[in-house]
Design a protein around this ligand. Structure first.
Ligand code: ZN
Ligand code: ZN
Length: 347
């Protein structure tokens, strides 16, 4: 947690705030370590207050150090309004619920002003410290151990839903708190949907099977995709193998483009250009990647319209894919840590 509050306070001056109310659970956790489902952090220049309810009294003091824990009895908004100094500007996160916002406005009256803040704590979270990188590696380890153990089950006759359950179960046995998101096992015709829901379909010879899975451990998430081709010897094989090697080539192109400080949109373009050379770019229908951490999707964004640059300390996915209706889909997704020397693949 060291340095996080200081980094946040440095943003106050530019934004013209005297204090900031943090309500998004992952951001509260990032700043103070509190894992409860109901709480808000009020950060002023010299105070840091965690406001939660009676259920979390003990947990809040166990999980935080040097935070002033206060228990509210009649609502977070009403409690916050009493703590914000008069005649100040208080930033609040735009992700706040409309209901809480309305109550904040009512409770603040003309005592202080409320100003929306977008992505402040998220921008701090984009740069991982060494402790966070260790936690991410632990989450990745749970997921890859599960996939390794279950990989032999991906054969003709196996049912998508069952395979996903096997992965989820094995992630927990490997030490994960659970899956980071709904595991995808998309086989045959389902694989051309980038986020196919699970079905009871059985795997058949010649299927492309897209397996997208991640574990969450101590709050940090992983996100990996592998694509398998099941015992193939059919007439479509050449096209399926071509799709697989095209996605691998796009992945390589992206990795080659990854230098510290590179613009994310240039990395997206490198992958897209390679797929264009191979005649498959119109089937690459999503962005190249996204940051991962306390959330599965966070900053930075690797897309054609991203403003982000990829700095050392950022952890993000590289996930080129092609989805061809009638043939199937291919996606390969890895998690990369940008270091001062270039990318380190963590998956
Ligand atoms: Zn994924
Ligand atoms: Zn992803």
């Amino acid at each position: 947690m060291e340095g996080r509050l200081e980094r946040l306070r440095l943003l106050f001056d530019d934004a013209g705030f005297d204090c900031m109310l943090v309500t998004k659970a992952e951001n509260v956790r990032y700043l103070c370590g509190f894992r409860g489902s109901s709480g808000a952090a009020l950060v002023t220049l010299d105070e840091s207050i965690l406001i939660t309810d009676g259920r979390y009294r003990e947990q809040a003091s166990r999980e935080t150090t040097d935070w002033d824990v206060r228990i509210h009895t009649s609502g977070i908004a009403e409690a916050v309004a009493k703590m914000v100094p008069r005649n100040t500007r208080c930033g609040f996160e735009v992700t706040v619920s409309f209901e809480l916002y309305r109550r904040l406005v009512d409770s603040a009256g003309d005592s202080f002003s409320l100003d929306p803040v977008e992505g402040a704590v998220e921008s701090l979270r984009a740069l991982k410290d060494s402790g966070e990188i260790q936690l991410m590696k632990a989450a990745i380890q749970c997921a890859s151990a599960a996939f390794e153990e279950a990989s032999g089950m991906f054969a003709e006759g196996a049912v998508e839903r069952r395979l996903a359950a096997e992965l989820d179960y094995r992630m927990v046995l490997a030490g994960a708190d659970g899956p980071a998101f709904d595991t995808v096992v998309a086989s045959g015709p389902n694989s051309s949907l980038p986020h196919s829901p699970l079905t009871d379909r059985r795997l058949e010879a010649g299927d492309l099977v897209v397996v997208d899975f991640g574990a969450v451990k101590d709050g940090y998430r992983s996100d990996t995709t592998r694509t398998l081709l099941i015992n193939s010897s059919g007439t479509d094989d050449v096209r399926k193998s071509e799709a697989l090697s095209a996605v691998k080539a796009a992945r390589e192109a992206a990795l080659e483009a990854l230098t510290p400080g590179v613009k994310a949109l240039n990395v997206d373009a490198a992958a897209r250009d390679r797929l264009a050379e191979l005649g498959l770019v119109e089937h690459f229908t999503h962005s190249l990647g996204h940051g991962v951490g306390l959330e599965t999707h966070e900053k930075p964004t690797l897309s054609a319209v991203s403003d982000d640059t990829l700095e050392p300390g950022m952890v993000f996915t590289i996930e080129p894919g092609v989805y061809i209706e009638g043939l199937g889909g291919v996606r390969i997704e890895d998690i990369v840590l940008m270091t001062p020397d270039g990318p380190e693949i963590l998956t």
